[in-house]
Ligand binder design. Structure first.
Ligand SMILES: Cc1cc2nc3c(=O)[nH]c(=O)nc-3n(C[C@H](O)[C@H](O)[C@H](O)COP(=O)(O)OP(=O)(O)OC[C@H]3O[C@@H](n4cnc5c(N)ncnc54)[C@H](O)[C@@H]3O)c2cc1C
Length: 386
């Protein structure tokens, strides 16, 4: 077998997993990241309180894929964790997601599951048969009262636009249950790494065929020194923003340290539009197996991502589609480059999907190389993909 050289741009899960797969197959992987650490946006670190902080926002691992679950367990200890979220509306705290308890608490009722379902159906706007916007979809699902209390303000703060301008597809992902189950996720595997995500990514990258360069921006002009480039940075940055900048939301976190317990739960959403932040995360509740006298909170503010900010959520407004189409075409025409991950394909991706897609791309490249073929360029077209 001929050993090939790969440049891997980005040391998040996408880059680390591809690097590992290539290294284990006897190829060399040189990994670059502009940041001073590995793990990308999943980076965790203990701060001065010794609490494990999810530095770029709260990350809960959840998956339905057995092979992804097996993969992550090879590299670190995953602790069972069931995520719950609470929401403030006015002065009242509710249990999310929208379930029997929330419906009864909000309407001051004592409905059975069947009664609650019939009640919500009676509130839902059945005249909306073809929902286009987020607002249409919410009104069609739960009616005006629940929409205005729990979705309208929060969504406006999170996305910076009116819910009438957002696509209906965003709400398709939110669960509505008529039981008291308040688990935030439905997946069979849900966990948080005992020592955070950073040592897991370090372990994935710990292989003699892998070299990691931190604090180092990969420049396209370096591509010629490698057989293939795997680009997990922003797709528009690869093309020097020639078709303009794709829209992202960024987050500002205001950190506070308190004694004891601040809010009694890991994540508390603030639904009212008058409250300027979207949620408060209390990090020690992500590690219920630990005890700490102090606690660390992040008050989270969402705003439009500017040139030097960290991109978090792709906005994907309808008007951006043409711009995105240009980048998709350019990516398809590019030789010897695979675009991967949340920034490389301009999609919101959970960690498990990121790992799954990285394993798939690596396996496709390895099969082609085993046949003696050229290394194919993989790219998941972000248009029309959730
Ligand atoms: C607030 C928030 C909360 C989330 N919560 C969850 C959750 O609870 N559960 C879940 O499963 N997922 C969650 N996610 C998604 C998760 O963060 C992603 O799935 C994951 O980070 C994707 O990994 P990646 O490697 O594709 O990208 P990233 O982690 O962003 O890694 C890309 C890396 O590329 C580097 N880079 C970019 N350009 C260059 C360049 N030119 N040269 C060198 N390096 C470069 C960047 O510095 C970055 O480190 C959340 C995301 C956000 C924004």
């Amino acid at each position: 077998m001929v050993s090939r050289s790969f440049a891997i741009v980005g040391a998040g899960f996408s880059g680390a997993v591809v690097a590992r797969q290539m290294a284990e197959a006897g190829h060399t992987a040189t990994v670059y990241d502009t940041r001073p650490h590995v793990a990308g946006n999943c980076f965790t670190a203990r701060d001065e309180t010794d609490v494990m902080v999810h530095v770029y926002g709260p990350h809960i691992f959840h998956t339905q894929h057995q092979h992804v679950w097996d993969y992550i367990n090879r590299f670190g200890e995953m602790m069972p964790y069931r995520h719950t979220v609470r929401a403030m509306v006015g002065d009242t705290m509710y249990r999310m997601p929208m379930n029997l308890t929330l419906i009864n608490d909000f309407f001051g009722t004592q409905f059975t599951p069947e009664e609650a379902e019939a009640f919500v159906t009676s509130k839902a706007d059945a005249t909306i048969t073809n929902p286009v916007s987020f607002e249409d979809q919410a009104l069609r699902f739960v009616g005006r009262e629940l929409y205005e209390a729990f979705f309208a303000g929060y969504t406006k703060k999170q996305w910076g636009v009116d819910p009438t301008e957002l696509p209906a597809s965003i709400l398709a992902r939110l669960p509505l249950r008529f039981t008291a189950d308040d688990s935030y996720f439905n997946h069979p595997f849900q966990a948080i790494p005992r020592n955070g995500y950073t040592p897991i990514v370090q372990a994935i990258l710990d292989h003699p065929n892998i070299t990691v360069h931190l604090n180092t921006r990969f420049n396209k002009s370096q591509s010629g020194s490698f057989d293939h480039v795997v680009w997990t940075g922003p797709i528009d940055a690869y093309f020097n923003f020639e078709h303009g900048r794709l829209g992202y939301r960024t987050l500002d976190f205001v950190k506070e340290v308190h004694d004891g317990d601040f809010q009694g739960c890991p994540v508390l959403n603030y639904c009212d539009v008058e409250v300027p932040y979207t949620r408060i995360t209390e990090h020690k509740h992500f590690a219920p197996w630990e005890t700490h006298e102090q606690t660390v909170t992040y008050r989270e503010y969402s705003r439009l991502c500017e040139e030097n900010d960290t991109p978090y959520y792709p906005i994907r407004l309808v008007e951006e589609k043409d711009q995105l189409l240009n980048y998709v075409q350019r990516a398809r025409d590019e030789r010897n480059v695979t675009f991967l991950g949340r920034l490389g394909t301009y999609r919101y991706l959970d960690m498990d999907v990121t790992i799954h897609e990285a394993l798939q791309a690596a396996s496709g490249m390895l099969s082609a190389m085993a046949d003696g073929s050229d290394i194919p360029s993989f790219f998941t077209d972000p248009i029309g993909v959730a």
